[in-house]
Design a protein around this ligand. Structure first.
Ligand code: PAF
Length: 279
């Protein structure tokens, strides 16, 4: 497994593989890797000839400077983990390598960026669009793999791929959970013991909510989820939404067509966690 830090090295090497007809799979990450990321690498290995993982904590997608500062950075450990799943290439650039000049592009994701994470984290998806489009330009993958925990991000990236005409297939992959039910996230490493112990209450509530959907209307169920999560003194709900899985339209009634997904953002102390469940 090779670790490269500059785009030119990566572009040259990938150019050779592409000439040999190799299909490239890409897993963009911000590092602090866990089994969720490794499941994306495994999926890419199954579906491509060569898998590239990028590790880059993208400053432009953090709307809170404190959040950027405390985001975990564990490059050496990440590289060791990637070896265990036979990753082919790691791209770990510096900020200057990705942004030699500030990126002033403004994406328009329309309605998709007005709800949930888009509403609560202004500028976040613009930053995701900036970095993922830059990484796609460098790696030029055939397929790119994203976890469904960041459910809204997948919708945004599909939209960006359409807008910019990238010939890349976006493959959403299932959420990987701890045995406790807690969705794997790099941010889990920032939880102290008490918050870590209580955070599984989020998914336990979402599972109960799915069973209660036949007994309550949508508004009642959202209220129930909020109260049930907040009943745990270590957790504080930021939002609860039930949305259509493709349009992200807020569901008003169970009668509406389409698959529904309940999405939550919850503070466990200072650490903000997101999760979702398909109904
Ligand atoms: O999901 C993430 O880890 C990041 O948002 C991504 C896609 C790597 C872009 O920085």
């Amino acid at each position: 497994m090779q670790v490269l830090n500059t785009k030119n090295e990566l572009i040259n090497l990938l150019g050779q593989y592409r000439k040999e007809g190799k299909k490239i799979g890409f897993v963009p990450t911000m590092g602090a890797l866990h089994s969720g990321h490794l499941s994306l690498v495994k999926e890419s290995k199954k579906n491509s000839d060569l898998t590239v993982v990028s590790i880059f904590v993208n400053p432009t997608q953090f709307n809170d400077p404190e959040d950027l500062k405390r985001y975990p950075r564990t490059l050496e450990k990440d590289v060791e983990l990637l070896k265990t799943v036979d990753c082919d290439l790691v791209f770990a650039p510096s900020v200057e390598e990705i942004y030699p000049e500030p990126d002033t592009r403004k994406f328009d994701f329309g309605y998709l960026e007005t709800v949930m994470e888009g509403a609560k984290r202004p500028g976040h998806f613009n930053g995701v669009g900036q970095v993922v489009s830059r990484l796609f330009d460098i790696v030029k993958p055939d397929k790119a793999f994203f976890g469904m925990k960041d459910f809204q991000q997948v919708a945004i990236i599909k939209n960006m791929v359409k807008q910019l005409n990238f010939p890349i297939e976006i493959i959403p992959c299932p959420i990987i959970r701890e045995e406790s039910g807690l969705a794997l996230s790099s941010r889990n490493t920032l939880l102290d013991e008490e918050h870590k112990k209580n955070a599984p209450h989020i998914y336990a509530t979402l599972k109960k909510a799915r069973n209660l959907a036949s007994q309550m209307n949508v508004a009642e169920l959202k209220k129930w989820i909020t109260e049930e999560i907040n009943r745990n003194l270590y957790l504080e709900t930021e939002y609860v939404e039930i949305v259509d899985d493709t349009t992200l339209n807020i569901v008003q009634s169970w009668e509406e067509k389409g698959t529904k997904v309940a999405c939550v953002a919850v503070y466990a102390g200072k650490i903000r966690l997101i999760d979702n469940i398909v109904f």
